[in-house]
Design a protein around this ligand. Structure first.
Ligand code: GUN
Length: 281
């Protein structure tokens, strides 16, 4: 079947709206965007739209492409010390002259809604309570919504990034699965994918895999967002093969309409949970 995000998103939006309506004060999310990378502009505006929908206040800081590192450090410091601010998000990627790791780690760990700081990534790998990166959290929540069994399953993740692949390994371990992390150049990748129960694809290569690359009954999570020559959004899996995959008993997250929307839901949930923890609300 197609693992569409729509029913999951509708259910979660209602749940989060209800949760926010019971709070004494409104959660506030600060979003920092540097430059005008078109994908980042779109992602941040989606995040703001969804914040409004559930009653989270958003504050956007749009900084110029050539902003100095110290100015971002100062801004994050102010936001860290402002008790009205619940969470801080620094949209990635950043322009070349800025140090992504250094700046991300200026965010106070408990306000780190993305779970990208050393504190939160370290806590995740120790199995401790922490803020969890939104795309991996969104993937696991969507799979749970569709009652997909993870325990004892062989999972192949074709993405080794800090944002997706690495934290996702930790979440699959927590669910009792056996994850293997790969990249698009991994030796014998096709054999690994063929033998997996669950495959997560995030290579950024449009049409990287087709129906013949998967065994029957595989669960396929397509994280990639690519654009074809007509500007249409595509994943790593050939879209024309979805029907063939479903005939083979596979489940697949469509692009668009899959993982992307679940990432934003996870961000809203992280923000609300931080607010509740901070304010005993
Ligand atoms: N860039 C791509 N995905 C993300 C994300 O989940 N958070 C942030 N901050 N930047 C991103």
């Amino acid at each position: 079947m197609l693992l569409t995000a729509k029913p999951f998103v509708e259910y979660k939006i209602q749940e989060l709206k209800d949760k926010v309506s019971k709070l004494k004060t409104k959660p506030v999310l600060a979003l920092i965007r540097v430059g005008n990378d078109p994908a980042s502009v779109k992602y941040v505006s989606n995040k703001i739209k969804r914040c409004n929908e559930v009653g989270i206040e958003s504050q956007v800081y749009e900084l110029s492409e050539d902003v100095k590192q110290i100015e971002i450090v100062k801004l994050i410091d102010e936001l860290n010390n402002d008790s009205k601010i619940t969470g801080i998000l620094l949209q990635l990627p950043l322009p070349e002259h800025l140090d992504e790791h250094y700046l991300t780690n200026q965010i106070c760990p408990y306000k780190d809604v993305d779970g990208f700081t050393i504190w939160n990534t370290g806590s995740l790998s120790l199995g401790a309570n922490c803020n969890v990166a939104c795309t991996p959290k969104g993937i696991i929540d969507l799979m749970k919504y569709y009652n997909i069994e993870m325990r004892s399953k062989d999972v192949v993740i074709v993405n080794a990034s800090n944002i997706v692949g690495k934290p996702l390994v930790q979440l699959f371990l927590k669910e009792g699965a056996t994850p293997t992390i790969c990249n698009s150049k991994t030796k014998n990748l096709k054999d690994k994918v063929k033998s997996a129960d669950i495959v997560v694809l995030g290579t950024g290569n449009m049409n990287f895999m087709s129906a013949d690359d998967f065994s029957e009954d595989t669960v396929i999570i397509d994280v990639s967002i690519n654009f074809d020559e007509n500007g249409k959004m595509r994943g790593d899996v050939v879209k024309e093969d979805y029907d063939k995959l479903i005939e083979k008993g596979c489940d697949i997250t469509p692009v668009p309409g899959g993982v992307g929307q679940c990432t934003v839901i996870a961000l809203l949930e992280n923000t609300i949970d931080i607010h509740i923890k901070m304010n005993n609300d």
